[in-house]
Design a protein around this ligand. Sequence first.
Ligand code: BYC
Length: 324
Amino acid sequence: MSDTAVQADDQTDAGRVDQFDALIAEGLRIEPRDWMPDGYRATLIRQIAQHAHSEIIGMQPEGNWLTRAPSLRRKAILLAKVQDEAGHGLYLYSAAETLGADRAELTAKLIDGRQKYSSIFNYPTLTFADVGVIGWLVDGAAICNQVPLCRSSYGPYGRAMIRVCKEESFHQRQGYEMLMTMMSGSDGQRDMVQDAVDRWWWPALMMFGPPDDNSPNTAQSMDWGIKRHTNDELRQRFVDMTVPQAQALGVRLPDPQLHWNEDRGAHDFGAPDWDEFFSVIAGYGPCNTERIATRRQAHEDGRWVREAAAAFAATHRESEGEPA
Ligand code: BYC
C-alpha cells in the first residue's frame, strides 16, 4: 500500500472516530450499521449477553413455584411472569446479534461459565413469599437499573429496554400486591414475608454491581453512554424508593444502619457483604451449580427442536429455490 493510501485510510478511521464521538456527545443513538470502536462493541456484547442470560436463568427460581402456587390465579400470574422473562431474554439475544454476536455461542459461553449472569439468581426460593419478594425487590431493582438503560447509546439495546421495563413494572406491582395480601393474612404469612425480605434484601442491593471505587467498567461505559448512572447512584435510588414501600407493607428491612439523612436528603445504609458478592459471581453462590446444570440440561433437551427447526428452514429455502 502506498504512503498516500495509508494516510487516506488513517483519515477515514479518524473521521469515523470523530463521527462516533459526535453522535455520543450529542446523545444520539449508535445503530448496528454505524461504525463503532471495538471496545464499545465488546462492552455491549458483554453487558447485553449477561443481561439476556440473567433473564433466562432468572426463570428458574420462580419457576420452582409454578407447580406449587397456592391458587389457580397465582399460578396463572406466575406463569405469565416467567414467560415474560423468556421474552426479555430473546429480545436481548437479538440485540446482541445486531452487534455480530452469535446466539449459539453466547449460550455455550453461559453454560460453560465463560459469561456471567446476575448474582441474584444464585439464591434459593424457599417459600412462596419469595415469589412476591422477588417481584417487589428484584424486579424493583431491575427497574431502577434498566429505566436509564432505555436511553443507552446503542439503539437496539435502548429500544429493547423500553418494552422490558414496561413488563418489569407490571411484575413489580404483582409482587407487591401479593405481599400486601399475605401481610393482611395470618401471623404465619406475615412471618413468611419478613423471612423472605430478610434473605433477599442484601442480594437485591448487590444486583447493582460492586461499589463505584471497585467497578472497573463504569467510567468507560458512562463515557460511551452505555450506562447512564454509576452502580452506587442506582443503589441509592433503589433504597430511597423502597423504604417507604416497606413501611406501607409493614415489613422491616434488615439493616440496622438504615436511616434518613436529612442533610443528604437520602437514606444512609449499610454495605452489603462484598466478599459474598464476589464469591457468588465467581461461581460459588448457594445455587450456581444447580442453575447452570438446569440450563445445560434444558439446552440438551432442546437439541432436537433446534435441529428440526434448522432442517425445516433448509427444506423451505430449497422449495423457494434458494441454496440450502
Ligand atoms: N451479578 O465494572 P462493573 C432482571 C460483574 S435481570 C453478576 O460494575 P458493569 C430480572 C460485571 O459483569 C438482571 N455479575 O460492571 C430477570 C463485571 O464482570 P465482567 C440483570 C456482576 O457491567 C428475571 C464485574 O462484576 N440486569 O433484572 O459496568 C426476573 C465488575 O462490575 C454483577 C442487567 O444485566 C451482578 N449483580 O456493571 C426478574 C442489567 N454486577 O463482565 C428480574 C444490565 C457486576 O467484567 N447490566 N458484575 O467479567 C448492567 O447494568 C451492568 O452490567 C451492571 C454491572 C450494573 C450489572
